[in-house]
Each structure stands twice: as structure tokens, then as C-alpha cells.
Design a protein around this ligand. Sequence first.
Ligand code: UDP
Length: 348
Amino acid sequence: MSRLQTGLASPLHRLATGSRVVVTGGAGFVGSHLCDELLRRGCRVHAVDDLSTGRPGNLAPDPGLRLTVASVAEPEVARRLCGDADLVFHLAGVVGVQRLAAAPVEVMRRNLRCTEAVLDAAAAAGVPLLLASSSEVYGDGPVPFRERDPVRPGVPEGPRGGYAFAKAMGEWLAFAHRAGSGWPVAVVRLFNTVGPRQTGEHGMVLPRFVDQALRGEPITVFGDGAQTRCFAHVREVVRALADLVGAPGIAGRVVNVGSDQETSIAELAAIVQRAAGTSAPIVRLPLTAVFPAGFVDPSRRRPCLERLRAAIGWAPSIPVAGIVEELVALGRATSRPVTAASCPGPAS
Ligand code: UDP
């Protein structure tokens, strides 16, 4: 029986000591934490990153780890990586709303090309793959977001939906490859993920707030602050990714990964202000002052985590206040802003 016909309920790959795992975007924020988790599980990890935003410094030297600096958008690079792997996590991509607002064509093009090349190569080699997609595909729809909901990237005249559409296109492409061959592929939609090494330079709210608070600068809430997000600690998110690939019945599925505890951005600012013990004020900036015209800032974002729980019996649980405390302490300990200290660069 071929590698691709081994049963629908098989996991993508049960991680074991010596598993050869490729992580694209492996020097980025989520990617580097995933490499750490895989190394803890005894895997041989091959991180690949073009260092456009990832940093080698995010990866501690380890005999089980190899870093290749290259773009997976190059079909030959993608083929070489997949030819030598038991499993691929495809995380490489350009993220950050500010980058999207500033360079939408580049963001869409790079995300599409990377994903196309990696999926083509992995499907041709029959190597199982977990594709990192994004909660952005749900757009500004009603919460909680369920995996079977239609995607809602928005209108093409608007500036934000292109990122979401490129991510959704990757999902379709993955399942189209699978339809022809039974290739073991699954998709995770990552919700707001935070933690050490995340940089605020491209728009991520929590490192920006922590940075501002530790500098004693105003904490800048965009809009009225009533918009909500659910923040999960990156260490819990990567544990979920590593567990998911071993879950039976995961192939051919989309799974939300993140926290389902909603926090408004105004509350988040207050939590950071308290944790940092700063007298820095919280200021509100109108959305029109920070985003291009027509930019949609989703009002609520909360996943349904039933599939995640059913697959691995567990969901991220560290409360946002605990994450903030860790980041504030880390920022203080390094006596530099947390955004620059541990995170010279990202992936979702
Ligand atoms: N945000 C904010 N101040 C900032 C950066 C972001 O109020 O300095 C808001 C942003 O408008 C959004 C939320 O925080 O409503 C989360 O933004 P982020 O870029 O982290 O993620 P996403 O919008 O993709 O969920």
C-alpha cells in the first residue's frame, strides 16, 4: 500500500525521537517556538527561513537543529526540503497589519508563492504537511468562528482582505492536492498568538503596548477599544500544533487554534498599564489616523475550539494577565523594550 493510502483516520505523523521535521518560517516568532517544542520532543528539525522578518537569534544552537537561509517560494528549495522530511510545518509568510497596509501586493504575492511552492513539493513527495492559515479568513463575521463557516475575506476594493484571501487560497490548494491523491494535509487557523520574541514593529498589539508602557509612553488604543481578540501564549499554541499532527482523523480537516477568552483592546491596555505600574496614559487614536481608508478592523474575534478539544483533548489556558506579566518581566529583565529584546522578527 502506498504512503498515501494508509487510512483516513491516520495521523499526519506521530512525532518520535529522530523524526525529520521541516519548519518553514522556522526563525520567526511562532516558527522558532515550534522548533523549540519539536527539539524537546527529540525531533531532528530543519528550519528554513529567508530572514525577511525571522532572526537566527530566535533559535538557540542545538545539535538537532539545522537552519537553511532560503526562500521556500523557490520551487527547487521547496523540493529539496520536502525530499528529506517525515513531516512539514508550513508557517512561512508575511504577517502584520501594518505591513499589509504598506505593501499589500508584496504581502499577497509572497504568501501565495511560498504556499504554492511548498504545497506542490510536499504533495508531490507525499510528505505529510500542516499548513498554518489565519483567523483572518473569518473576516468580521459573527463569533464564535467555526471551521465550517464560509470564509469572509471582505471586498476586493478594500485593503485588508487580500491577506485573508491568500491564506484561504492556500487552504483550498492544500485540499485540492489532497483530493487527487489522499495526501495527508491539514490546516490550522491561528488566532492571536503572543509571547516572547514577538515584535510590535509590524502592528502586533501586545508587544506594542508592553513596549509603550515600559518606556512610559502613551499606550495607543486604535478606535474605541471595544474590539475584542483572544490571546494565546505561543508556547501553548506550538504544543497544540505538535500534538495535532499526531491526532487521528486530522488529515483533510481545518482546526482553529488559539484561546477563546475574549479581551477588549481597552481592557488589554489597562492590564498592561497595571502590570507595568506605569503612569503612562491610555490614548485613543481614530482608526482613520492609523489605517488606510476602508481598512476593516474586525470588531470581535473568537474561535470555537470544539475541534481542537476533540482532536487533542486540550485548549490553551494561560490567561492574558499571566502572559502580560511574563512579557513585562521579560522586558524589565532585559532592560530593553520587549519588542526589541527578544523579538527581532515574526509568522501567522
Ligand atoms: N491595536 C491597537 N493599538 C496598537 C496596535 C493594534 O489598538 O498599537 C489594535 C488593532 O486595531 C486591533 C487589535 O489591536 O483591533 C489587534 O491588533 P493586531 O495587529 O495585534 O492583530 P489583528 O488585528 O490581526 O487581530
